[in-house]
Design a protein around this ligand. Structure first.
Ligand code: FAD
Length: 525
């Protein structure tokens, strides 16, 4: 199939998108005059093909009837990794049995509404736990920094198949939105059930259930495995628990599953007026230009004292949300609806943390080798928990977040007032500059100064920072054999997705789910 790339003004690009079959779209805001790069399919003479021309390589999924399949696989967790693994198994004639601690999406919405009204957290049903995992009430940005693209296109095709719009198939920075994701997730569930898969909501996989699943995947318990309709052992157990299930990590550790520390990142969430970010990124845009290309986003990175400081999960026109999953902790994250039209622009602002940093700079300021011993694979988790508890203490129960104006934070001043902010439960003025651990706080201060040098006006008291952004990446890895993808300690256990430390974000977690399912399907063939 021939294609050509057109570099157009936003007006012309908008027009071309309505008429031609676009296979890639990206915005170039480096110059004062914003340009849109559109790659369109053409005929052999170079003429663009119309919008309804078939999409190349698009192969609709073929889900098999697995009600009475010979082979079954247990999946712990119904986030992107677990759901995409389940869909892929069904495509290969294998029956998935999913165990999810949280509720199905409609019920989960009610718990999230309660949380947003500052009426308390349900520790089993929140922004992290429940159908669709942490991806359901998120921004739904579907791109990955990972270079391991693999079946990335397949991930987009499946999201599209279940109701995502056409742009998913070609937009460089595709995004679904928290208003549309729940429907897409519900349709995935309906497909899994219709084809014969099983889903057990509000089912926490504790030590007993975990041990029985693992035992059942190797040899029948008492001779007859109960989880497989064919009476045969499970082909495997996919562990797709995300990175917020700290209790489950502790259970796995106690049961001899191999875990290892890994680098991660923590910091705060920053929010500016969206109009200011539009001005900085798009050089004083007209309302018409914003209508055509959408609110501006940014991606910022700098190095401070040997560690990366960077923006993470930027949500133009979005909201900051209470994303904790444990009582007495305060965790913030960001999301946006499909139109991205709130008056706020938020982003995680995080500092890279290496395992050795935990020894050097423990919370409280006094190094103590016993607090986060390097040999302890859960050291990073303990550090996260400590910081989340500290943020909770500096906020106000149940979910008010500690906040400081950005310039006050950098200059070490208390904020007498706070600007209006999208975080629904509410904010409390707090000296984040004083209580964030030095290796995070000081680097963030310098990072904001560096970002202001790049975009003059970024460092402003119109912006506010909220603590803490602690779940940008997993602090633990569950090492697996690169060939079999099974845990190096536990045969037939397939650590998968973000919680296993092999992915970060919706797309790469979904992709890992597909890859693990394909590996298991090889056993059957
Ligand atoms: C507010 C917010 C916004 C985000 N925005 C984006 C974004 O725009 N783009 C992006 O790429 N990423 C985003 N992310 C991150 C993204 O959601 C995650 O990277 C992704 O969901 C990880 O997928 P996963 O399947 O590996 O794990 P998860 O989505 O975390 O799913 C794990 C599931 O396992 C379940 N579980 C855990 N333990 C147990 C147990 N013992 N028994 C039974 N079930 C269990 C949990 O309830 C959960 O549903 C966002 C996250 C949040 C919180």
């Amino acid at each position: 199939m021939n294609q050509t790339t057109l570099i157009l003004s936003p007006e012309k690009a908008y027009d071309a998108e309505q008429r031609y079959r676009v296979v890639k779209r990206s915005i170039d805001a480096r110059q004062k005059q914003l340009k849109v790069h559109l790659t369109v399919l053409t005929d052999e003479h170079g003429a663009p093909l119309p919008k309804d021309a078939p999409i190349p390589l698009y192969e609709p999924p073929h889900f098999q009837d697995v009600h009475n399949a010979e082979h079954s696989v247990a999946i712990i967790g119904a986030g992107p990794a677990g759901l995409f693994a389940a869909l892929t198994l069904i495509e290969h004639g294998i029956r998935p049995i999913i165990y999810e601690r949280g509720k199905e999406v409609a019920e989960r919405k009610k718990d999230i509404a309660t949380l947003n009204r500052n009426l308390g957290l349900n520790a089993e049903s929140n922004y992290c736990f429940g159908e669709g995992g942490a991806g359901t009430f998120s921004d739904g940005k579907l791109f990955s920094r990972s270079k391991k693209r693999g079946n990335m296109q397949r991930v987009m095709e499946l999201f599209h198949h279940f109701g995502g719009d056409d742009r998913l198939l070609y937009e460089a920075h595709a995004h679904i939105g928290s208003d549309k994701l729940p429907t897409i997730i519900r349709r995935m569930r309906e497909c899994i059930l219709e084809h014969g898969g099983e889903i057990h909501f509000s089912t926490y996989v504790d030590e007993q259930l975990f041990r029985s699943l693992i035992a059942n995947s190797q040899y029948p318990i008492g001779g007859t495995p109960s989880n497989s309709p064919s009476g045969r052992p499970l082909l495997g157990v996919i562990l797709a628990i995300g990175h917020s299930a700290h209790d489950t990590y502790h259970m796995l550790h106690a049961n001899g599953v191999a875990l290892a520390t890994k680098g991660f990142a923590m910091g705060v969430r920053a929010e500016h007026p969206q109009a200011l970010i539009n001005k900085l990124m798009y050089h004083d845009p007209s309302p018409e230009l914003i209508r055509l290309v959408g609110n501006a986003s940014y991606s910022l990175v700098t190095q401070v004292q040997g560690r990366g400081v960077y923006s993470f999960c930027m949500c133009p026109g979005g909201h900051i949300v209470p994303a904790g999953s444990a009582l007495n902790s305060c965790v913030v994250n960001g999301m946006s609806a499909s139109h991205r039209n709130s008056p706020y622009a938020n982003s995680g602002m995080v500092v890279e943390i290496r395992p050795e940093d935990l020894l050097q700079y423990p919370i409280g300021g006094t190094p103590s080798n016993s607090q986060y011993p390097q040999a302890d694979p859960l050291a990073g988790l303990r550090f996260q928990q400590e910081l989340e508890r500290l943020a909770f203490e500096h906020g106000s129960a149940p979910s008010l977040a500690p906040a400081q104006r950005m310039r006050d934070f950098v200059e070490g001043k208390a904020s007498k007032t706070l600007p209006s902010c999208s975080y629904l439960p509410g904010t409390v003025s707090s000296r984040l500059d004083q209580w964030l651990p030095e290796h995070i706080g000081k680097r963030l201060q310098q990072g904001f100064r560096d970002f202001d040098r790049k975009y003059r006006g970024f460092l402003t008291n119109e912006a506010v920072i909220l603590g803490v952004e602690s779940r940008s990446s997993s602090a633990v890895r569950l090492p697996r054999d690169p060939e079999t993808l099974q845990s190096i300690s536990t045969p037939h256990l397939y650590p998968c997705g973000e919680g296993a430390g092999y992915a970060g974000g919706i797309t790469s977690s979904a992709l890992d789910g597909i890859n693990v399912a394909l590996k298991i399907a090889e056993q059957k063939d």
